[in-house]
Design a protein around this ligand. Structure first.
Ligand code: FES
Length: 103
């Protein structure tokens, strides 16, 4: 396991998502704040590789700007297409810093 720093916990407000470049990962890590809990996923839509950054947050879901598919960032699931899954990172918070754990 390798731990990589993503951002300060306070960097993403509830109902917001933001992308962060993490060394060694090609696609920005998307951090979404759902009711005060941060979820880290890839920012690349698994449908047709459009960036989810800037996608509207609706409840626990982020809406893809590409074709408006929704992805639940707490589970990675897409209610429109069960075959699609948004890659989720394991997270750890130490002090005010959010880290992801890489295998
Ligand atoms: S690219 Fe995201 S829904 Fe099609």
């Amino acid at each position: 396991m390798m731990r990589k720093l993503v951002c300060r916990v306070s960097a993403v407000a509830p109902g917001e998502n933001k992308g962060f470049l993490v060394p060694g990962i090609d696609v920005p890590v998307m951090v979404t704040n759902i009711g005060g809990t941060l979820y880290a996923t890839t920012s690349m839509c698994p449908h047709e590789e459009v960036s989810l950054l800037g996608g509207r947050v609706d409840g626990a879901r982020v809406v893809c700007p590409g074709h408006a598919y929704e992805f639940d960032v707490t589970t990675g699931r897409c209610p429109f297409d069960p075959e699609l899954e948004l890659f989720q990172y394991k997270t750890t918070i130490v002090d005010d810093l959010l880290y992801i754990e890489l295998a």
